[in-house]
Design a protein around this ligand. Sequence first.
Ligand SMILES: Cc1ncc(C[n+]2csc(CCOP(=O)(O)OP(=O)(O)O)c2C)c(N)n1
Ligand SMILES: [Mg+2]
Length: 576
Amino acid sequence: MLNTATKTEAPGTEQELTDGFHLVIDALKLNGLTTIYGVPGIPITDLGRMAQAAGIRVISFRHEQNAGYAAAIAGFLTKKPGVCLTVSAPGFLNGLTALAHATTNCFPMILVSGSSEREIVDLQQGDYEEMDQLAIAKPLCKAAFRVLHAADIGIGFARAIRAAVSGRPGGVYLDLPAKLFGQVMNAEAGKKSLVKVIDPAPAQIPAASAVKRALDVLRSAKRPLIILGKGAAYAQADEAIKSFVEKSGAPFLPMSMAKGLLPDLHPQCAGAARSTVLKDADVVMLIGARLNWLLSHGKGKTWGEAPKKFIQVDIEPREMDSNVEIAAPLVGDIGSCVAALLEGMGGSWPAPPADWVGAVKSKRDENVAKMAPRLMNNNSPMDYHGALGVLRTIIKERPDAILVNEGANTLDLARGVIDMHQPRKRLDVGTWGVMGIGMGSAIAAAIETGKPVLAVEGDSAFGFSGMEVETICRYNLPICVVIFNNDGIYRGTDVNSAGSDPAPTVFVKGSRYDKMMEAFGGIGVNATSPDELKRAVNAAMDSGKPTLINAVIDPASGSESGRIGNLNPQSVLRKK
Ligand SMILES: Cc1ncc(C[n+]2csc(CCOP(=O)(O)OP(=O)(O)O)c2C)c(N)n1
Ligand SMILES: [Mg+2]
């Protein structure tokens, strides 16, 4: 329903009026955007209040970057743009990192920022929080728009929504100057100006010839491999993807946020035989996964000597051949492509050669067996494996819980150890490996899904968004944060050889992050052994109460940069 106000224009003439504030709210509601993540302030404080009064859920954060990460992951989880609302200049800039992150990760998100007086900003006359926000946002997102007239709010939001979710999803910036909110117009005309976006992400059907080519290449494989990326998880075509993978009989490898699309314990899962399958496969089919740094660009040592053919399923045609030649590009939305592939496979599809499937299985079983005893240790202080072994069991017993994960060792080891059992249950640092997504992702996951959330955080990673534990307590969210506290970044053991300042990678030793949660009325626990950790996490997941567990990890047990230490440039002089 349109929000309206009655105002007397002149004696005896009354007309129903609306204004910019109400049109923004109505545009959001009309398009089913019912949650705003943001931080209040001039010129959007009243917008937040009015949105809340109108039934929109307004989640107020302590820092816009965290609100932005929340909006980004809400987009991933729901296929609707997550909305982040900020003030001008500094608030906008704080939200911008998340907008760029959303774009890089192909998550639909709209950053809505208030901005200052156009006339003053454009003449650079020093307005309150003066900044040409539109120009700054443009190169960092998929699309950027500014609305100057109340009558254009409807179309502005329509453009933003469509740009965010259609084709390859991404971040969109919407600039709303302060003056817009107070602009008044006739309520009926205002209502007519709103746009309900019909079919915001139209299906993109792949060409029949491309489907045939892809299936021909796949059928020719002696050692096929399917790689599932987070684009496949985003598509919400879970059943079709599962049927396709199972019908193909090929081993599959889930990228981090695609874990659980098919369960990690599925017999075809090659997660624990990653290096073997990447080296030895002869045909690799990428579904919603890009050949970026996370897959070593499709070439080099990781991919071995054997020549490979790639099949790539992606909605973005320009993704094809971005790093290596794609023998069979299949362009379309993942759901439509996978449905077409399934249909093209017909009733019988030849199983891949048994020696390949067998070789992958024995490598996987061997690696899993090697890891098993390490996960069962009850050392105190804990090492990563002891602590993660416990969390792995907890997620197995609670497969619908959402796991948020960031850090270096805390990320890389948890990704390998904690099996996922359902789609879109693992949320992490994404394409950039960004620290700081933790509390925003956990909050949005709890808000959007209503499921319990377990956030497994390096102590450094947590610090980027730690103040949001107050937000978690304020909204009483079912979030259990476990901090892998090893006194620092990668390790807590570095020393400064040249002075009294601490080394750049270490933090205060023996910190008690659990006290932070207690400060806001949540539950804090200090856990020094896997047994204690297990008890505390289970209690938190049962109660649904905001909880933070300080898990004391041996400061010496991590390695530099986790699993990607090889990306560190080396100084030749260091060896002198
Ligand atoms: C925004 C951002 N800043 C800095 C980094 C560099 N960085 C990578 S991992 C990491 C923290 C690793 O420490 P921690 O979270 O404690 O995990 P640990 O390895 O100790 O388990 C940092 C600062 C980053 N990835 N993103
Ligand atoms: Mg650490």
